[in-house]
Write a protein that binds this ligand. Structure first.
Ligand SMILES: O=C(O)CCC(=O)C(=O)O
Ligand SMILES: [Fe+2]
Length: 351
């Protein structure tokens, strides 16, 4: 299988409305374009996604109101108080391979399971109820509505990726029943307004350091420029917001499942010169799904570079290695270190 990726100069844009069409030709046309972008770039803007503007605006407004709360209030919802990774992530909590931590604050939500969910009761680190800040009246409704819509969009995309890889359309989506998909609300400060005593050190830091995402793919909604994507030759390409679109990027699990046909591209957010919010929905499988390269995607006589991975344990392992509040928690058996996919993986193979 050819895995060569082009040295793209910009991120492609695909209208995915055809994925919901009853006309097989329209569907296949959208699949082909999506597949091409996933193979060549690992990043793609999607238009025609079907998520109403009000749903998007509702989420932005709720996030703005949330991050505008006093720090003391936000810390009432500190993620370290949750047993299933929900709540407020202050600046300095999360590290992507850089000294002082990312220049951002975030609020982590995911599928809002009931308090008697058996996985939650059994102590699963990723499954269970959300934390809802009471101070923002619209928060729960806005997050619920966006999460539900994005999850449906994600399933359409996942069927499309399966078809693009020449597989039955439900190959992947059958593993998405109680997924560990998180929706993060992120707030990046305008760098000039960073006025703590560590200011000097902070000026050298990133909004979010270079990484790949841990799940199948991410549906990202950004409000301002800052996102950059790594090209094969080591150049960083800007991926500014395009009105009415989402940015989709392939994650570790789809790289693995597709035997590297799709690549989890490394990305980062530089320091930003205007206030920025972004909302990644990390589209994942069920916790217990074991992901390994599909035999159909391994050429005869070649060996795969990827091993089987528990999708849920991978997410937990990566989270433990990047969140301060989890630093004394033991890693699941067989955990990978951070940055083992995408370009990081290609570089390892080459060396
Ligand atoms: O804020 C962004 O645009 C990207 C965020 C991101 O890469 C992440 O949270 O994984
Ligand atoms: Fe990311």
């Amino acid at each position: 299988m050819t895995k060569a990726r082009t040295n793209f100069s910009e991120i492609p844009l695909v209208d995915v409305s055809g994925l919901r069409s009853s006309d097989p030709h329209a569907r296949m046309a959208a699949v082909k374009e999506l597949d091409r972008a996933a193979r060549d770039v690992g990043f793609v803007y999607i238009a025609g996604h079907g998520i109403p503007k009000e749903t998007v605006e509702g989420l932005k407004q709720a996030a703005k109101a949330l991050f505008a709360l006093p720090m003391e209030t936000k810390l009432d919802y500190y993620i370290g108080k949750s047993t299933n990774h929900r709540g407020y992530v202050p600046q300095g909590e999360e590290f992507y391979g850089q000294g002082g931590g990312d220049l951002k604050e975030a609020f982590d939500t995911a599928m809002d399971l009931p308090a008697d969910d058996p996985d939650y009761l059994a102590g699963n680190r990723m499954l269970g109820p959300n934390v809802w800040p009471e101070e923002v009246a619209t928060h729960k409704a806005a997050v619920d509505r966006y999460y539900t819509a994005a999850l449906e969009l994600g399933k359409d995309l996942l069927r499309g990726f399966a078809m693009g890889l020449g597989l039955p359309e439900d190959t992947f989506v059958q593993h998405v029943n109680k997924p560990t998909s998180q929706l993060r609300l992120i707030h990046y400060w305008e760098t000039d307004k960073v006025t703590t005593e560590e200011e000097q050190a902070k000026q050298k830091r990133m909004g979010i350091g270079a990484h790949t995402d841990y799940e199948l793919f991410t549906i990202l909604l950004p409000t301002a420029p800052g996102l950059q994507v790594l090209r094969n030759d080591g150049e960083w390409i800007d991926a500014p917001p395009v009105e009415g679109t989402f940015v989709i990027n392939i994650g570790d699990m789809l790289e693995n499942w597709s035997n590297g046909t799709y690549v989890a591209n490394s990305h980062r957010v530089d320091r930003v010169n205007e206030e920025r919010y972004s909302f990644p929905l990390f589209f994942a499988t069920d916790y217990e799904t074991v992901v390994a390269p599909l035999p159909e995607l391994i050429d005869d006589g070649t060996e795969t570079k990827y091993g089987p991975i528990s999708a849920g344990d991978h997410l937990v392992a990566q989270t433990i290695q990047t969140f301060k509040y989890l630093e004394n928690v033991e890693l699941p058996d067989g955990s990978l270190e951070t940055n083992q996919f995408g370009r990081f993986h290609l570089e390892k193979k080459a060396s």
